[in-house]
Design a protein around this ligand. Structure first.
Ligand code: PLP
Length: 389
């Protein structure tokens, strides 16, 4: 803590109390001492990066049930690498040509209601998104969304993958998407960036048949802000890792770990691939793996209790209502000024505080405990009181 304050002070950058949750904009969460220590230790030695990713693959396979996995620089990087793997397969020539996908399978099918700004990462691999379905349930004009038969109808010889964005409201069900995609021999790539907790979701999408699943490491897992996981089928993971590793090496000298990369399946050493721009460093890989171990070890119920305790303590000082769910949150009504006005005052004040503004139009601010610490409660309560809550 003191070390962090020191460096940010030196840089003239304010630290803030993060009551918003692990958003990238506010630097994710904070790292547990055990994760920080492992990252510092990782930075103090040199290793073969393919060997380190192979070790990560074993650890990720064990907790996800997937055949293999790698550490990425975020879920978005996982979407880019996963799409590139579906397009290029194990062909080094194709890998070299990306994002020029002429003559390759260069479309991905997505349900229209699942389109979001992160699919830029999918498009970065050089594919066009083919949208499916008319989600009239959102307009209140109807009850339907895309259906599995519509996805089946959009799949053609140009389809590299079906991309599915997981979430409580995602339609059709993943199992149905997998059924029609696999019937046409097309892999399914799942964006599960923010689907943790529950920890069982580490396995759920793989067991529903997804071929690749991308998770964010900087959200609930508590890994480095710029980390993530891509888990899935062995050959697709092999393609993904080949397109992000530095392979500036001669064929004879190249001795990749066979558990991750089977040299016998390749015609040559791939060149720097499309994922080379989002390489995961050793500190990131080690930090993610230690955080993942802690995340699984703590368990959902202990985690929920820890978060609940934090919002409970705050609520004793400032009132509000704790709403349940996997992440208990404190909802505070704002009556004496606009809720968005209050959010701005909080972020501009001292100490700077970021809260969740998603209910501002309903006259409420939301306190998310995922990135709060015990030591934040007192200054946070004092600041909220100062602003009239
Ligand atoms: C957060 C998020 C991402 C991006 O995750 P990063 O780990 O920050 O790259 C992608 N998709 C969805 C749905 C997300 O919520």
């Amino acid at each position: 803590m003191t070390v962090c304050m020191g460096i940010y002070e030196e840089l003239g950058v304010r630290t803030l109390i993060n009551a918003k949750g692990p958003s990238t904009r506010v630097s994710g969460g904070y790292l547990a001492p055990e994760v920080l220590a492992a990252m510092a230790e990782a930075g103090g030695a040199c290793v073969d990066m393919a060997e380190l990713q192979a070790a990560a693959s074993g650890a990720i396979a064990a907790v996800t049930g997937a055949e293999a996995g790698i550490v990425t620089t975020g879920a978005a990087a996982g979407l880019l690498l996963g799409t590139a793997a579906c397009v290029a397969g194990l062909d080094p020539l194709r890998m070299s040509r990306l994002p020029d996908t002429r003559g390759m399978k260069n479309e991905v099918v997505m349900v229209r209601s699942q389109r979001n700004f992160y699919d830029h990462a999918v498009r970065t691999a050089g594919v066009r998104i083919r949208e499916v379905g008319l989600p009239d349930r959102f307009a209140g004009a109807g009850v339907r969304d895309a259906e599995a038969w519509e996805i089946a109808g959009a799949i053609s010889e140009k389809t590299a993958a079906v991309v599915f964005v997981a979430g409580a409201g995602a339609r059709p069900a993943l199992a149905d998407v997998v059924r029609v995609a696999h019937a046409a021999n097309v892999p399914v790539l799942v964006d599960a960036a923010a689907q943790l907790p529950p920890a069982e979701n580490l396995r759920a999408f793989v067991s529903a048949g997804a071929d690749l699943v991308a998770f964010s490491g900087g959200k609930a897992i508590g890994g480095p802000q710029g980390s993530g996981i891509l888990a899935g089928r062995r050959e697709l993971i092999m393609s993904a890792v080949l397109q992000t590793l530095d392979l500036d090496i001669e064929w004879e000298q190249w001795r990749p770990p066979v558990t991750l990369i089977d040299k016998a399946m390749l015609t040559g050493v791939p060149q720097h691939g499309i994922g080379r721009a989002c390489k995961a460093g050793k500190e990131t890989i080690v930090g993610l793996l230690v955080a993942l171990r802690r995340f699984v070890g703590e368990g959902d119920e202990n985690r929920r209790l820890r978060w609940h305790w934090l919002v409970q303590r705050l609520s004793e000082r400032v009132g509000g209502e704790i709403v349940g769910g996997r992440v208990p949150k404190l909802v505070l009504p704002v009556t004496h000024c606009g809720a968005m006005e209050l959010c701005v005052a909080l972020q501009e004040g001292e100490p700077a505080v970021q809260v969740d503004p998603s209910r501002a139009e309903h006259g409420e601010i939301v306190i998310n405990p995922m990135c709060l610490r015990e030591a934040d409660i007192e200054p946070l309560a004092a600041r909220l009181k100062e602003l009239g809550l």
